[in-house]
Design a protein around this ligand. Structure first.
Ligand code: SAH
Length: 693
């Protein structure tokens, strides 16, 4: 991704000017040329550089945005900037608009409220040698009386009213371009020309959406804070209306009536030769997501030779499932399989059905051809410790004793590692970092000797020892910062995936199951803007278009979730989606389809569905329901801002969904008798699963 060459970027920039700016009616050749000559990719956070020429505003630091290219063109054309002009910009942000203006004016002074943005903008402008621009920190609503008058003033943030100071600082004949309006979500873009002292002409350029102008003659900061959450979201959605977007989606999606009948050939074709397929889910308790994900996975395994299935579950527990499905010798667990909260995530009828299928299919194959299932997560400290010691007890009793002594560091806290993490983080308990690292190191040093007889068993043990080390870091980080612990967790998932690929051979293909928030590229979300990375982003950076990222979403129905962490599972009603969300658009699109469609596949790569992708590029709210769901506080606790087509290559929409069916027993792949199956509430699985219907 980041390997995009300068040439390619120049081409993208020229196209941007042609298709987004000129095609919409901006004609001033100087403005168009200045935009061709200013690399917008240098003004966005580097993780977003590849999106810099998309037809959209993008998030920048401090929760602000860089304006959509077209809006910059429109404003600068309206400002009629001449090469002898002195120009003032309020709201320098990334510095991009100021950089374009530097090629049009004699001198540009840009004011920005956030010191960090000022520093970034200065550095970028300097790197491009735009010496006639200065960026200063301050409250731009008051203008810059010392430097007045100005031939043009551009305000790049939305004001409730036109600040009088700015009118006063315009030269006679000067132009002020400013978004104005009391609704922080939508402003009128106006051009005001000073014809004589105290005389102004005013015309409108239409509706726009900007972040709020906060200052003495702008919004108060509290007013803006309230407005901000909304205005930064569906920002600049302008007058585009939801029904129109929904229509485009309805026209380009592939509808189906229910998950058993959804035709898989088209999505398999789009996945093509991808090496890694990530399948996300917008809840951790929706039956339809589990079942369709299982069908897609089974098809990838059976038809395309995928051999690794990585799931958002504990390593040692899932290793036990893997041992049954790949017919490897069993090994006991300290704690029962998937007995830790949230049990329903893996102890459910849907999972049993899939695991049984996998076991039966593998039984017909050579060991090397069997697909395995593996836990990518960092939890499961206790079972991991047990797995390492038990393994060593078999292959090297002396080393087992040493590991037992080292891991004793954790034993006062084994029941609740998060309590230990808090104690260790504040110095009330010893950290166990040294012990965890030393055990892993000793194990790896004996790799050749240990793995001679059973490479898979050694690999299991080495991964368990890695989990102990990462869990140690994770639980301590949890009390310092949720961002840091999140990043440890997602990096660990990625490293586990890489280790699996290496272990199974260089051409191995893998399917990953995890929540949308791990799978969708974090760079395209609010979390990414705040410094979180995730598995999807790491996979995308490593595998580029060889990774296929799929998300699942729903409007309403029931879901299995708890009210608090560690609380019992409940079947909860999902609230209908919020009006500012992607979900609402997809719900409306679904209703435009001929009955009985309740669902659709929505390809989002430009090559597959350009119009849908373009319509959805404007950031909006997206819902995430995890193992905890609190409908009462949904807007603040479960919605975040994202750019869907930059997050996923494809989205699977199921309008109405139902909760997974929890079971007492874990999925061991040994539910062969009809009686056991019906007890578990699973329909008889045809031998041809997943192609039976
Ligand atoms: N022209 C910018 C757009 C930035 S968004 C670009 O091309 O990137 C608007 C910016 O206005 C934000 O960075 C915000 O911090 C800034 N802003 C808001 N109120 C301000 C004020 N009173 N004075 C100066 N800057 C302000």
């Amino acid at each position: 991704m980041s390997a995009t060459t300068d040439d390619a970027r120049t081409r993208m920039r020229n196209q941007m000017v042609e298709r987004q700016v000129r095609a919409r009616g901006v004609e001033d050749p100087r403005v168009l040329q200045a935009m061709r000559d200013t690399p917008r990719d240098r003004f966005v956070p580097s993780r977003l550089a590849d999106l810099a020429y998309e037809d959209a505003p993008l998030p920048i630091e401090e929760g602000q945005t860089i304006s959509q290219p077209y809006i910059v063109g429109l404003m600068l054309e309206a400002a009629h900037i001449k090469s002898s002009d002195r120009v003032l910009e309020i709201g320098a942000g990334s510095g991009y608009a100021a950089a374009v203006m530097s090629l049009l004016a004699k001198e540009v002074l840009a004011i920005e409220r956030f010191p960090s943005l000022v520093a970034l903008a200065q550095a970028r402008l300097e790197a491009l040698d735009r010496a006639n621009v200065s960026v200063i920190q301050g409250d731009g609503t008051l203008g810059a009386a010392d430097h007045a008058p100005f031939d043009a003033i551009i305000v790049s943030a939305g004001a409730p009213e036109v600040p009088p100071s700015l009118l006063a600082q315009l030269a006679i004949g000067g132009r002020l371009v400013i978004p104005v309006g009391h609704d922080a979500r939508s402003q009128e873009l106006v051009v005001i020309e000073k014809t004589a002292d105290h005389h102004f002409d005013r015309r409108s350029l239409g509706h726009v959406q900007f972040v709020p102008l906060v200052g003495t003659e702008g919004w108060t900061s509290e007013g803006a804070a309230v407005a901000m959450r909304r205005s930064s979201l569906d920002l600049r959605l302008g007058s585009r209306d939801r029904a129109k977007i929904a229509r485009v989606i309805a026209d380009s999606c592939e509808p189906f009536s229910d998950v058993r009948h959804a035709p898989l050939d088209p999505i398999l074709r789009r996945i093509g030769q991808s090496r890694i397929v990530l399948i996300g889910e917008s809840t951790h308790g929706t039956s339809e997501f589990y079942r369709l994900r299982a069908r897609i996975t089974a098809a990838l395994v059976a038809r395309a030779g995928f051999k690794v299935i990585g799931i958002e579950a504990d390593w040692p527990d899932t290793a036990a499932v893997d041992r049954t499905v790949r017919k490897r010798p069993a090994s006991p667990l300290r704690e029962p399989m998937y007995a830790r909260f949230p049990t329903w995530m893996w102890r459910n009828a849907e999972m049993q059905e899939f695991v049984s299928w996998l076991a039966r299919r593998n039984a017909t194959l050579d060991p090397a051809a069997r697909a395995g299932i593996h836990g990518l997560d960092v939890y499961g400290l206790n079972n991991s410790i047990g797995a390492v010691i038990d393994y060593l007890a078999r292959v090297d009793p002396f080393a087992a004793e040493q590991a037992r002594e080292r891991y004793a560091c954790f034993s006062p806290w084994e029941r609740d590692p998060s309590v230990w993490g808090r104690a260790a983080a504040v110095g009330l308990a010893p950290t166990c970092e040294h012990e965890a690292v030393a055990t892993l190191k000793s194990l790896l040093e004996e790799r050749l000797r240990y793995s001679r007889d059973d490479g898979d068993a050694f690999f299991d043990a080495a991964r368990s020892a890695t989990v102990v080390g990462e869990a140690e870091k994770y639980y301590r980080a949890m009390y310092r910062s949720s961002r840091e612990s999140w990043n440890i967790r997602d990096r660990h998932m990625f490293e586990t995936l890489m280790a699996l690929l290496e272990h199974r051979g260089s051409d191995t293909r893998a399917v990953i199951w995890a929540h949308n928030s791990h799978v969708g590229n974090a760079a395209a979300t609010e979390m990414g803007a705040h410094g979180e990375i995730n598995l999807g982003q790491l996979v995308r950076e490593r595998f580029g278009n060889q990774a296929y990222l799929i998300g699942f979403g729903t409007d309403q129905g029931t879901v299995a979730a708890a009210t608090n962490w560690d609380a019992p599972m409940e079947v909860k009603e999902i609230r209908p989606s919020h009006e500012d969300s992607y979900e609402r658009i997809l719900h409306e699109a679904c209703r435009m389809l001929p009955a009985p469609s309740n669902a659709f596949f929505l390809p989002l790569r430009a090559a597959h569905a350009l119009p849908a992708r373009t319509e959805l590029l404007h950031p909006r709210l997206e819902r995430a329901i995890g193992v905890v769901y609190r409908p009462e506080t949904e807007l603040v606790s479960h919605y975040f801002e994202a750019t869907l087509p930059a997050q996923f290559d494809e989205y699977i929409w199921i309008d109405r969904t139902t909760a997974v069916l929890p079971t007492d027993a874990p999925p061991t792949g040994e539910y062969e008798s009809e009686a056991a199956r019906s007890q578990a509430g699973v329909d008889a699985i045809p031998d041809t699963y997943p192609f039976g219907l």
